[in-house]
Write a protein that binds this ligand. Structure first.
Ligand SMILES: Nc1nc2c(c(=O)[nH]1)N[C@H]1C(S)=C(S)[C@@H](COP(=O)(O)OP(=O)(O)OC[C@H]3O[C@@H](n4cnc5c(N)ncnc54)[C@H](O)[C@@H]3O)O[C@H]1N2
Ligand code: MOO
Length: 413
């Protein structure tokens, strides 16, 4: 234990992320094209220009009659404007000739307006006087009840930027552009392993001194929620040979390997030693100026990323969220991928640790916004994470945040 302080050559979170960036970027080169129907939650790897005008025809937004707006000016219930109906436009069909002055064409919502028409009168404002004669009981303004050509999209403009996360509305937009396949970041394959002589599977009854595996499941959930293809590899005892064998297999089968436990300075600190041995460049950092999460380990073995996360369940989750998630979900390159909502802090938050802090908080509805209330409790308590709705960041160079201040938070989903 005498050499423990040398092991902890503490780096900042930003330095750790920078050291991993080149390896993550090389992974991002493996962009793939996937069917649009499977693209929800994936990250675009290209700017998407509008390749067509939308809509490409003038479209009615009401069931009614296409008219020249000027023909309806001054119309009222007591003095309707008289319009001669020249027939009906069907859905999906183009009108055959322009609309003449004083005439109208009946049309459905979504139908194409004829040349010459510049507004639609809704059926509720039409009176049928017989034969082809209709009365308009309320004037329409030019442009009323229609969507103009290019009102949605103008050809050539960049409509989605690189590293946008595809939501339902982006899927719809991509469909409207005719993109049946979309270029996205690849999904990381993530392998998760829990370590420790005392850790047992959930289905076993713990003897004194034993604990059921929590981190295997929290990390699996977080990796899946970040869009990764994640797999849980179980539990390995504090045994160098066993751990080496398992890590070699996991590195073969995954892009990212997550270990938890055994990251600190105890006798059983095997992970850092092994990461150094398994391949190049090996260990990149051991110890971060982070609270919780000081004993975090990070390394790269032959292009694969490997992390040793702290054993304490809340620490492992917070470190995943701040260090690992941004690599998996593309927010490393586009921090705007998830805009941070804001709320008002209910109590002073002190930060005298000399470390960057991530504080678990509850969100309490207050007026139209949120009151942000710190969840107290040690990082060894899983319940603190269950009570928490979000995480608030206190940067390295501040002493804390005063009660009543507005703070940004990241939702824990
Ligand atoms: N002398 C020092 N001791 C510790 C330091 C330090 O700097 N000096 N750092 C502390 C901090 S901070 C943390 S966090 C922990 C991290 O410990 P390890 O990553 O080495 O993890 P373990 O010692 O194996 O376990 C700690 C704790 O967490 C429980 N654990 C581990 N894995 C799981 C799991 N999969 N599911 C549920 N619980 C788990 C384990 O049983 C221990 O109770 O070190 C401090 N010590
Ligand atoms: O980092 Mo330990 O992670 O403070 O509990």
């Amino acid at each position: 234990m005498g050499s423990s302080s040398e092991l902890f050559k503490v780096q900042t979170l930003a330095e750790a992320i920078d050291s991993l960036k080149p390896y993550v970027l090389s992974f991002y080169q493996r962009a793939e094209k996937i069917p649009l129907a499977e693209s929800l939650g994936r990250i675009l790897t290209q700017d998407i220009p509008a390749t067509c005008v939308l809509p490409h025809f003038r479209k009615s937004t009401m069931d009614g009659m296409a008219v020249r707006a000027a023909d309806t000016f001054g119309a009222s219930e007591s003095m309707p404007a008289l319009i001669e109906c020249r027939g009906e436009i069907r859905m999906g069909e183009a009108p055959s000739k322009p609309l003449e002055q004083g005439t109208g064409l009946l049309m459905p919502t979504g139908g194409m307006l004829p040349e010459g028409a510049d507004a639609v009168v809704m059926v509720e404002r039409l009176e049928h006087f017989g034969e082809t004669l209709y009365g308009v009981t309320k004037a329409v303004a030019p442009g009323e009840n229609l969507i103009d050509i290019g009102e949605d999209l103008v050809e050539g403009e960049i409509i989605l930027s690189e590293f946008t996360r595809i939501r339902a509305q982006e899927m719809g937009l991509l469909a409207s552009l005719g993109l049946a396949y979309v270029p996205v970041l690849p999904r990381f394959h993530v392998g998760i392993l829990s370590t420790g002589d005392e850790i047992i599977p959930p289905e076993q009854e713990p003897l004194p001194g034993q604990s059921r595996d929590i981190n295997g499941y929290t990390l699996l959930g977080q990796a899946l929620a970040s869009g990764a293809d994640a797999r849980y590899y179980g539990i390995v005892k504090d045994d160098l040979a066993e751990l080496r064998k398992m890590l070699a297999q996991m590195l073969k089968e995954n892009d990212v390997v997550l270990l938890s436990g055994g990251s600190s300075v105890g006798l059983r600190d095997l992970s850092a030693q092994l990461i150094g041995e398994l391949g190049e460049p090996g260990l990149l950092f051991h110890g971060l100026a982070l609270k919780p999460g000081k004993p975090t380990i990070g390394g790269v073995v032959d292009g694969k990323l490997i992390f040793g996360l702290p054993g304490h369940p809340a620490s492992a989750m917070v470190v995943f969220d701040t260090l690992v998630r941004p690599l998996l979900d593309g927010s490393l390159l586009n921090p705007q991928v998830d805009p941070l909502p804001k709320g008002t802090l209910s109590q002073n938050l002190y930060s005298g640790s000399g470390r960057e802090e991530f504080v678990r908080v509850r969100l309490i509805p207050k007026g139209e916004g949120w009151q942000v209330e710190p969840v107290r409790g040690k990082s060894g308590l899983i319940r603190t994470m269950v009570l928490a709705d979000a995480i608030v960041h206190i940067p390295l160079d501040t002493e804390g945040i005063e009660a009543g201040k507005e703070v940004s938070f990241r939702l824990l989903r």
